[in-house]
Design a protein around this ligand. Structure first.
Ligand code: DC
Length: 237
């Protein structure tokens, strides 16, 4: 059954699986998918490329018109261009991981990206992944999911993604991954504007010990269950 055109917000910390799980859940639901982290990553990449100071909010906001998310044939916004250049692979490098939270905490940049994200979700039937989607960008989203996992589990996933082994030889690199995630958690949760928070009406799904397919199942189930709930009657608190 395909539900009515809905907006599903999927928030959570770095490497909690928002993009992978969100995209697969969207596919199962017949929805589009948008990874809003790409905007922040591409802004960070372009700032480095143009030697814009990473704490210069107004200068970062001025880069926003140069950023473009591109959807594939299945309606997934998982590719990004910066100043016309396809930079998707470049923005997933560790050099961007290390600076993106600093860029993302600048209020002027966040404000400039608000309408860009809202426009993408306007027609519904979309899963939107990020940090502040259910709390700030799309507070009226029909379903809000907060995907979580322990720091150790998220670091393990990131190491796998990056092909880093957790052994003697790669020990330092593995520790860097963990330290980097911990730092990003602190900045993303501690910033003044739109910090990472669990929305009041979010469904929290913890994915420690889950296979990917189990996490996808949990999200799809949560969306279908939420949308089957009868709408509250007018006047009901
Ligand atoms: O999800 P990600 O790791 O690709 O996100 C990259 C950075 O962008 C992350 O440090 C937090 C920030 N971000 C944000 O502040 N708000 C969003 N909606 C999405 C990402």
């Amino acid at each position: 059954m395909t539900p009515r055109p809905l907006v599903v917000a999927v928030d959570g910390p770095g490497s909690s699986g928002k993009s992978t799980v969100g995209a697969l859940a969207a596919e199962r639901l017949g929805f589009r998918f948008c990874d809003t982290g790409l905007f922040y990553r591409a802004a960070a990449w372009l700032a480095l490329h143009r030697h814009v100071p990473l704490d210069d909010g107004p200068a970062l906001a001025a880069l926003v018109p140069l950023l473009e998310l591109e959807s594939d044939r299945r309606g997934r916004y998982v590719r990004v261009r910066a100043d016309g250049r396809e930079v998707t692979a470049l923005v997933h490098r560790p050099s961007i991981d290390r600076v993106v939270s600093e860029v993302a905490r600048q209020p002027e940049l966040r404000a400039a990206l608000l309408s860009r994200q809202r426009v993408l979700a306007r027609d519904g039937s979309i899963v939107v992944a990020g940090r502040d989607i259910g709390t700030v960008v799309l507070p009226d989203a029909d379903v809000k999911i907060y995907l979580d996992a322990s720091l150790a589990e998220r670091a393990r996933r990131r190491r796998l993604e990056r092909g880093i082994r957790d052994d003697e030889r790669d020990g330092t690199e593995a520790r860097l991954v963990l330290d980097d995630l911990r730092k990003r958690d602190a900045i993303d949760s501690g910033r003044e504007m739109a910090p990472l928070r669990i929305a009041r009406d979010a469904i929290v799904i913890r994915t420690d010990g889950f296979e990917l397919s189990e996490a996808v199942d949990a999200v799809v189930r949560a969306v279908l269950e939420r949308t089957r709930e009868p709408a509250p009657e007018a006047g009901t608190p």
